[in-house]
Design a protein around this ligand. Structure first.
Ligand code: NOJ
Length: 583
């Protein structure tokens, strides 16, 4: 996979392109061909399959389920961090980036997983926590020593002086009931031999790595320029970590907090330069590998060099207005809407999503991909609150698998696993525990996830009497699981419905129910019509002029496409989703 011959004519052509056009020349390609058909499945490794009966998932467990994963029709995996960790933030507090955490197995277990996945045509991407480590990492321990000239001294940001406002934030954290999990403020009081404070990136136990500062303030001697030896060594270390795993067959990385690396960079110019450099290097050395950002601003992330950026619970607004009802845990964080769109009440709006998504889509569609995941380990699943029937979940899934970009299916959403309310925090999860519960395979004890005593499970299972399991749905043609498989199959059968097809809302944005959009490519056109509301609704739009219309997905009793001379009309019953193909 690595391009060994540095002196080929191709690499010189690439260097020349870079010299004359900057990164645009490189990002003008959307990336390796496999992205055109990529469909990701995200796995939280502690919760997928436990092979040794200790109640926690592991890598051999994931390997044992690859045939099931393949049967879904997905062809790529993203694993949340598998590296040795302090387990204060679900693996995002990394102690050793070059070593698999013993709870998951060994480096060799990961290589076995890679080989077995590749045999089945499945790519595997790891989670690269580029912005910070655990405070238990040896680099950090060394940098905390009084001698500031050791190998890792400048991997972190140390200072004896912080503004008064920051001191107040530290005091506020100390006073809060759970100070360790509090993410506010920028510095942590460590009273280390090296200095009094260090800069953190997220929780207190996650010291920020030092990629340098934009316009360092001469009155802040700890702010090193991006060109300083420490920040440059950090960039080399990041490449070493990536190289180590890509040499073993890893197919790319989801980059945690990708926009956070260079400090004091409000317009992200230096952070962009950093990632542009990484992408150019990857194009050269590992052209089949991909970079996926947790940035949530595709208009910044994709020109910065990422192949895929998410639109999720933070960043450019839109996703919460579709999926987070006010009375559900993530609903209370967002105040700009009263009802979410995918809700039976039918009082939601499409405006915020359509404006922000449409803008980002048009700006990035020739450069990279936007991903709208079904959920992830940081926010609630689609099955939450009043959105709890298979019919409702099918409407949501139809949306996720018919939008452009690269789909990401969060493990368990294919069987409608629910967000479990009010679980105690686990390993720094806080409310995220409810979305990280064990995969529900069967109606056996521990839902087939483990053989441990139920009280030893990583987190509890809740199958609703076996209903929300793979076993219950596997052989039922009308199940959510088989619906998701059919959707994926349909998407993969058509360029128009696929990752690169065009997208256009054709219903009126201010008459949000139903939502009707057109997907097209290569002379093919599909129409997707979604009605998450409980009421019968209809939308009219200028005729698309097709000769005939074929219903390719959904129940014909649920609605109708009426073709007219100047206007076409789609009628839909409550809670329904139909996909039509124009002939
Ligand atoms: C984003 C990750 O998705 C989240 O789980 C983690 O807590 C923070 N970054 C810090 O790494």
């Amino acid at each position: 996979m690595r391009i060994k011959n540095l002196f080929s004519w191709k690499s010189w052509a690439m260097v020349l392109t870079l010299c004359f056009t900057g990164i645009q020349g490189v990002t003008a390609q959307k990336g390796p061909k496999w992205l055109e058909k990529a469909i990701f499945y995200q796995i939280y490794p502690s919760s997928y399959m436990d092979s040794d009966g200790n109640g926690i998932g592991d890598l051999p467990g994931i390997t044992s389920k690859l045939d099931y994963i393949k049967s879904l029709g997905v062809n790529a995996l993203w694993l949340n961090p598998v590296f040795e960790s302090g387990w204060f933030d679900g693996g995002y507090d990394v102690i050793d980036f070059y070593k698999v955490d013993p709870r998951f197995g060994t480096n060799t277990d990961l290589v076995t997983l890679l080989k077995e996945a590749h045999k089945r045509g499945i790519k595997v991407c790891l989670d690269l926590v580029a912005g910070h480590t655990s405070d238990k990492c040896l680099w950090f321990k060394e940098s905390a020593q009084a001698d500031a000239n050791l190998q890792y001294s400048d991997y972190y940001i140390w200072t004896n002086n912080i503004p008064k406002s920051e001191q107040e934030l530290i005091a506020k954290r100390k006073a809060s009931p759970n100070p360790q999990s509090n993410t506010i403020g920028r510095y942590v009081e460590a009273n280390a031999p090296r200095a009094k404070y260090y800069e953190k990136n997220f929780f207190e136990c996650q010291p920020a790595l030092n990629y340098g500062f934009v316009n360092p303030d001469p009155k802040h001697p700890w702010e090193q320029p991006v060109s300083a030896p420490g920040p440059q060594a950090m960039r080399r270390e990041l490449k070493n970590i990536m190289t180590f795993w890509m040499d073993k067959g890893v197919d790319g990385f989801r980059v945690d907090m990708a926009s956070s690396l260079v400090k004091n960079d409000p317009d992200k110019k230096e952070t962009t330069k950093l990632w542009n450099g990484m992408r150019a290097w990857m194009n050269e050395q590992f052209p089949e590998c991909v970079l996926i950002s947790e940035w949530s601003n595709p208009k910044q992330a994709i020109p910065a060099g990422f192949h895929i950026d998410f639109m999720i619970h933070f960043g450019i607004p839109g996703y919460p207005s579709l999926f987070f009802a006010k009375d559900t845990p993530w609903g209370k964080y967002e105040n700009s809407y009263d009802y979410c769109y995918f809700d039976k009440a039918g009082k939601g709006s499409l405006k915020q999503f359509v404006e922000n998504y449409g803008d980002a889509f048009r700006a990035t569609k020739n450069l990279g991909y936007i991903a709208l995941p079904t959920a992830n380990h940081d926010y609630q699943r689609p099955n939450v609150g009043g959105r709890n029937t298979f019919d409702q979940l099918k409407v949501a899934m139809t949306f996720f698998f018919t939008m452009p970009g690269v789909p990401f299916l969060y493990y368990g959403d294919e069987v409608g696993m629910k967000y479990q309310m009010n679980l105690p925090s686990k390993e720094g999860s806080n409310e995220r525990a409810g979305t990280r519960t064990p995969m529900q395979w069967s109606n056996d004890a521990d839902a087939g996830f483990s053989t441990c005593a139920p009280d030893k499970l990583y987190l509890p299972v809740d199958t609703e009497n076996g209903k929300l399991t793979v076993a219950a749905q596997e052989n039922d043609p009308s199940s959510l699981l088989n619906y998701v498989r059919r959707l994926i199959n349909l998407r993969q059968s058509s360029e128009a419905l696929g990752n690169d097809g065009d997208w256009q809302l054709i219903s009126e944005v201010n008459k949000p129910y139903p939502m009707v959009y057109k997907r097209s490519a290569g002379g093919e056109t599909y129409i997707v019509a979604l009605n998450p509301s409980g009421k019968a609704v209809a939308a009219s739009f200028p005729t698309l002029g097709g000769k005939a219309v074929e219903l390719v997905m959904g129940d014909k009793k649920q609605g109708k496409y009426r073709q007219g001379k100047t206007t076409d009309k789609i009628e839909l019953k409550g809670v329904s989703a139909l996909i039509f193909k124009l002939k």
